[in-house]
Design a protein around this ligand. Structure first.
Ligand code: GLY
Ligand code: MN
Ligand code: MN
Length: 432
């Protein structure tokens, strides 16, 4: 890690110390214990699925796989890190990296699973329900107080320069994977081999990805969270959609690219180009004071224009939006907050923690906030040919070019996704 990043992380931890002191004092707490969480074995088995440390724990230490550990935060005091590090010849013992940030904490290496020492009026947050009942009962603290969690979620919404640097680096690493995926597609690989090329080039194992990579060829590109990897390549190559990320010090990249294959109708390639243009246009709309819902509605307006310009809809863009046609072609939201979680916290809450739900017509929108400097969001317009969503429109007299739609169904769909920071003057696109 570069000296610059070390210095930024030093400032980040100092920022957290100040902000946590204020939040705890405002809510009348003397101390806060944050539990890392831990994984559980599969039923009747002794193997556990991959684990991800609780976000508020990661916010301090940037380690995404710490388990059975505690952080104690008290106003005006050094943070105490109780790191579970048992003597264990089955596994490599936990150890901390030799990095300067470690000096900001008092570190306690614990050979046993502990109950954290708490003083005064205490709160405890994290997945404590998984702890043995006796440990839970021994915690003399308010469990998971919502007002504290919402305040800390709100803090997470605004990234420090250190966090933005980490998100930028996660993007840089992920893009190497995307380039390798594109090359594998050109080389006629199937989904599994594209996935393996992605992992190799982005230097990560599958258990460390921030979300399961979506790698869909042909019609699978129209399955929004497609979850399989076919072992063999299809005979026809219409399209490839890759929605895949990378973590860097806990922070997630979430990038999507779509490619037209040699067997796709010409219109599909033109639509891919149009969707890149739409993504760029919407990224330029990111600025302080912009309501994300309005930006989402602009996406629908532009989708209407794209449907009209490409002869998919023989009415006006306004009609395509008003009649719900664009929603049948794009059922998801424009994007979401991004950070230590891919769908990061507080996107559907006002700054004071009260709910800010998605509107009825756009139920999948995950961010309803007005953009402010320090927020990081994804911008991910999509256009899909999903029979399940289009079928109800077939029985209407809406001027949809069904012949062209049917030609495009084997291509699945298109999504283009970048990660964008809101700055004082506008935006910084973190995706190279
Ligand atoms: N990768 C999931 C999403 O784009 O939200
Ligand atoms: Mn994505
Ligand atoms: Mn996303």
């Amino acid at each position: 890690m570069s000296t610059t990043l070390f210095n930024l992380q030093h400032d980040h931890i100092a920022h957290l110390q100040r902000a946590y002191s204020d939040i705890l004092t405002d809510h009348g707490f003397d101390s806060l214990a944050i539990y890392s969480g831990h994984t559980s074995v599969h039923f009747a088995d002794d193997h556990a699925p991959p684990f991800q440390t609780y976000g508020h724990f990661m916010h301090w230490v940037g380690l995404a796989d710490v388990q059975h550990s505690w952080l104690i935060i008290q106003p005006e005091k050094r943070p105490q890190l109780y790191l579970y590090a048992p003597a264990d010849f089955w596994h490599l013992p936990t150890h901390l990296p030799e990095e300067p940030w470690v000096a900001a904490f008092d570190i306690h290496l614990c050979s046993e699973k502990i109950s954290p020492p708490l003083t005064g009026k205490a709160a405890v947050i994290g997945d404590i329900e998984r702890l043995p009942t006796s440990t839970q009962k021994a915690l003399k603290a308010e469990h998971h107080p919502e007002r504290i969690v919402y305040a800390l979620d709100e803090l997470r919404m605004f990234k420090t320069p250190y966090e933005i640097a980490c998100l930028r680096e996660a993007n840089r690493l992920a893009i190497a994977g995307h380039q390798a995926s594109q090359a594998a597609f050109i080389g006629a690989s199937g989904e599994l081999d594209i996935q393996l090329a992605y992992l190799a080039a982005s230097r990560q194992r599958e258990s460390n990805v921030p979300y399961q990579n979506i790698i869909g060829l042909n019609e699978h590109a129209g399955v929004l969270h497609y979850q399989h990897y076919d072992l063999t390549a299809p005979k026809q190559r219409y399209s490839l959609l890759v929605d895949a990320g990378r973590r860097f010090r806990g922070y997630c990249a979430d990038i999507t690219r779509t490619y037209a294959g040699p067997d796709a109708p010409a219109t599909f390639g033109e639509l891919v180009t149009a969707m890149h243009g739409l993504k760029d246009e919407l990224v330029k709309g990111v600025a302080p004071g912009v309501n994300f819902l309005i930006l989402h509605e602009q996406m629908h307006h532009h989708l209407g224009e794209i449907l009209v310009a490409n002869d998919l809809f023989k009415g006006t863009a306004e009609q395509a939006v008003a009649e719900g046609v664009t929603r049948a072609f794009c059922p998801h939201g424009l994007g979401h907050s991004l950070g230590l979680q891919v769908h990061d916290v507080a996107g559907l809450r006002h700054p004071d923690g009260t709910p800010a739900p998605a509107p009825e017509h756009h139920p999948a929108l995950r961010l309803t906030r007005t953009l402010r400097p320090g927020m990081v969001v994804t911008i991910e317009p999509g256009l899909y040919f999903i029979n399940m969503l289009l079928a109800p429109l077939r029985n209407t007299d809406l001027p949809i070019n069904w012949q062209l739609v049917d030609q495009l169904v084997p291509c699945g769909g298109i999504r283009i996704e970048d990660n964008v920071a809101v700055t004082e003057s506008g935006f910084a696109n973190l995706t190279p």
